[in-house]
Design a protein around this ligand. Structure first.
Ligand SMILES: [Zn+2]
Length: 344
């Protein structure tokens, strides 16, 4: 892992969310398969898990296996076309980037953005998690088609710069290795045929400054009737089910393995490196909130650290001063002999 002189590198941080839309049940199944592979309960065909520990040492994962619990409950109760949350809001239209803009074919049963950005508890929780975790990669996993999307969803372009180039090449790698080049690759807004406003991925990229923010679409049945939502979004036979969860678990392992390398290419490391002060502050916040004494512990801890740091600086300056004064005196000793030693 890259370590620079002004801070610690704390690992490669991966934030994944599944089940944002109720009817896309397969996405949460993928989350569970991925987690069981990570805990070595299940193997993944064609994936060598012997290097798993090595990979896990370098990354930190945060996984939300089912973002939209109440929407999922509605689907399980028989409303198989429901994608929104329990309050009828589309959680992938409730974020603040370009929020509330409606396309000509706007359908409130599909894309209701809510009464305001972050009006929904699920979105608020996700925003909170992303702020505290500050990931390097964000992936929200959906179904309905096979695609690998990067920003933007709300306009028909991709962002400028090197990061875009790296994101695209990363998605091309994943497409070639794990989607047999079937997946659409590009900006969500430019590839899918419609613009989406107030999405999670655009927020992660634009506001949270996550260097690599993606929407993966892992499965879709184009032959399915528009009325058969279960079939449109989920495999209905065991072979396809296993193929989907295995292929995409393998895709995530590639990302875990290659992620740090892609990050180096983006040259963003400095923005994600933390100074010692920031690191300790974050650590103390975490520790103290665990014990419910956030401010006390934080204040006490930071005071001590700052005091030690000041003492250290002061003694360094004094030592330096002593050292320099000795040199300058010995240099001119022949013409200006030392009369008395300086005691400090
Ligand atoms: Zn979806």
């Amino acid at each position: 892992m890259t370590v620079q002189s002004f801070g610690f590198f704390l690992g490669f941080l991966v934030f994944q969310s599944f089940g944002q839309h109720g009817r896309e049940l397969i996405t949460s199944e993928l989350a569970l398969r991925l987690l069981s592979s990570l805990s070595e309960e299940k193997s993944i065909p064609n994936v060598d898990l012997s290097s798993l520990n090595n990979i896990l040492e370098k990354i930190v994962l945060k996984v939300v296996p089912m973002e939209n619990l109440n929407g999922r409950k509605r689907v399980e109760a028989g409303d198989l076309c429901e994608r929104r949350n329990g309050r009828g809001v589309d959680l992938n239209r409730n974020w603040s980037v370009d929020w509330g803009k409606k396309e000509k074919d706007y359908d409130p049963h599909e894309e209701n953005p809510g009464t305001a950005p972050f009006s929904e508890p699920e979105t608020q929780i996700m925003r909170k998690l992303s702020k505290s975790f500050d990931p390097h990669i964000w992936v929200t996993v959906h179904s309905g088609m096979e695609a690998l999307f990067m920003p933007y969803d709300h306009k028909n372009t991709t962002p400028d710069g090197l990061a875009t180039h790296v994101m695209k090449s990363m998605l091309n790698d994943v497409n070639r290795l794990h989607c047999k080049d079937r997946c659409l690759v590009g900006s969500g807004g430019g590839s899918v045929g419609y613009l989406a406003h107030g999405t999670a991925t655009d927020y992660m990229y634009d506001v949270m400054k996550v260097p690599m923010a993606f929407t993966f679409e892992i499965y879709g049945d184009k032959e399915a009737s528009m009325k058969d939502c279960f079939r449109m979004f989920n495999p209905v036979d065991r072979t396809t089910f296993n193929r989907v969860v295995n292929d995409w678990s393998a895709a995530f392992f590639t990302i875990f393995k290659m992620g740090p390398h892609w990050m180096d290419l983006v040259h963003f490391n400095s923005s994600k490196l933390e100074s010692i002060d920031e690191y300790l502050e974050g650590y103390l916040i975490e520790r103290s909130s665990r014990y419910g004494k956030r401010m006390e512990v934080l204040d006490l801890g930071m005071q001590e650290i700052r005091t030690y740091f000041r003492l250290f600086l002061l003694s360094s300056v004094l030592l330096m001063f002593m050292f320099c004064s000795r040199i300058s005196k010995s240099k001119y000793a022949t013409i200006r002999p030392i009369v008395s030693a300086v005691s400090l």
